[in-house]
Design a protein around this ligand. Structure first.
Ligand code: PLP
Length: 399
């Protein structure tokens, strides 16, 4: 008998769980976009978006998803024919490099594989070899949502500076902002991209680009920036419509206002990071225990290298695919598909899944996901170690 009726839980790495408060804030009549409350509210979003990234720079908002944020950053950073160095640590780094190539950028890549983070030494070597300083920017994903590896952004900055290379540092925080510790100013980031539907807990539809003063000056005149994607009018605003190059994403902005209040003013960004730290460790404790009695393993072996918002998992013999299906039909929980580990046509495709633990979630939601995963493994006779829930509960008990 299916036990899936009741409130379902989408544990995929975006869109994440949306707080009712965010949804309710969006549920309203269309506002005036030329004057009044909407205009005032938007002005307040800008400093709060900077606070969430610990940035003193600038921020541009677009009506787009993460792919749009990638393109926005590329369009403003580069002129056609410029060179970028892209660190690949999974499907999302690859995607950013592909977007750059299709826009006419010479995207050189260093492939760090699917199981390890970017090695700052290798980035330093590539920059050192670039004596003509052709490389305009280094592009790196903070947390690659496919492999769930976390890259050390501060170390990559030190590597760039260590060889005296002027390259800008551009970071994709789409999967990590509002989940994993991120410090734009302190870590010397020049450009950062994010989107609304992950750690920020708002429906998909808003893309953001943060820009340092240095990057703003270095990118002035980049010839790929078309009228819609040009960040200049969006950050040097005189008229409200310039913020959005047209009609504002009105309802998303009300949702974002609510989510930023929750993150910054009610919980506090450091507490948000701490919550993700503990909840991710509860998930990892369960997975470690299951793995002691079956072919179950996290993709990134070293916990110090894992992102705090999503965990990529292998369950052999097609177990991951079967478990995902069981959870959705029998228990009302949807886990993420494995992404970029094998092609969907590959027989091993069913060996991979991802558990998202990003955004609006708490201890009971995580224990619920883990408990239903264990029920599914038992029902499907997927071999697994005993005691996973106790291990997860022990992590949560410590807080
Ligand atoms: C989700 C994600 C993207 C793509 O975002 P879309 O909104 O799906 O276009 C890019 N990079 C990372 C790291 C992501 O997690």
């Amino acid at each position: 008998m299916p036990l899936a009726h009741g409130r379902s839980y989408l544990a995929i790495p975006g869109p994440s769980v949306m707080p009712d408060r965010v949804l309710n804030a969006m549920h309203r009549a269309a506002p005036n976009i030329y004057e009044g409350a909407m205009v005032e509210m938007t002005k307040g979003l800008i400093p709060d978006l900077k606070r969430v990234a610990l940035s003193s720079g600038h921020v541009a908002i677009y009506i787009a998803n993460g792919h749009g944020a990638w393109e926005a950053a590329i369009a403003n950073m580069f002129s056609r024919g410029d060179t970028a160095l892209v660190a690949l640590t999974g499907r999302f780094g690859i995607g950013w490099a592909e977007a750059a190539r299709r826009m006419g950028i010479n995207a050189e890549t260093i492939d760090f594989g699917l199981k390890s983070p970017a090695d700052p030494e290798k980035i330093a070597e590539a920059l050192k070899a670039d004596t003509a300083h052709r490389i305009k920017a280094v592009l790196v994903t903070h947390v690659d949502t496919a492999t769930s590896v976390r890259n050390d952004i501060a170390a990559i900055r030190r590597a760039i500076d260590g060889v005296g290379h002027p390259a800008l540092l551009a970071v994709d925080c789409i999967a990590s902002l509002g989940c994993d510790e991120f410090r734009f100013d302190d870590w010397g980031v020049d450009i950062m991209v994010a989107a609304s539907q992950k750690g920020l807990m708002v429906p998909p539809g808003l893309a953001f680009v943060w820009i340092s003063d240095k990057a703003l000056a270095a990118c002035r005149g980049a010839d790929l920036a078309t009228p819609y994607w040009d960040w200049t009018p969006r950050i040097e605003v005189n008229e409200y419509y310039q913020f959005f190059c047209g009609t504002a994403p009105t309802h998303h902005l009300f949702g974002l206002r609510e989510s930023l209040t929750m993150i910054l003013d009610e919980e506090g960004i450091e507490n948000v990071w701490a919550r993700h730290r503990t909840l991710s460790e509860a998930v990892w404790a369960a997975l470690d225990t299951w793995g002691q009695g079956g072919d179950i393993a996290m993709n990134i072996a070293d916990p110090a290298l894992r992102g705090r918002s999503v965990t990529a998992v292998k369950i052999g013999d097609g177990g991951a695919g079967k478990l995902r299906k069981w959870l959705e039909t029998e228990a009302g929980v949807t886990l993420g598909i494995g992404l970029g580990m094998t092609l969907p046509s590959d027989a091993r495709y069913g060996d991979f899944l991802r558990v998202a633990h990003m955004g609006h979630l708490n201890a009971h939601m995580v224990m619920g996901v883990l408990g239903t995963m264990e029920a599914g493994m038992t029902a499907l006779e997927i071999p697994h170690g005993r005691g996973a829930l106790a291990a997860a509960a022990a992590v949560i008990a410590k807080g």
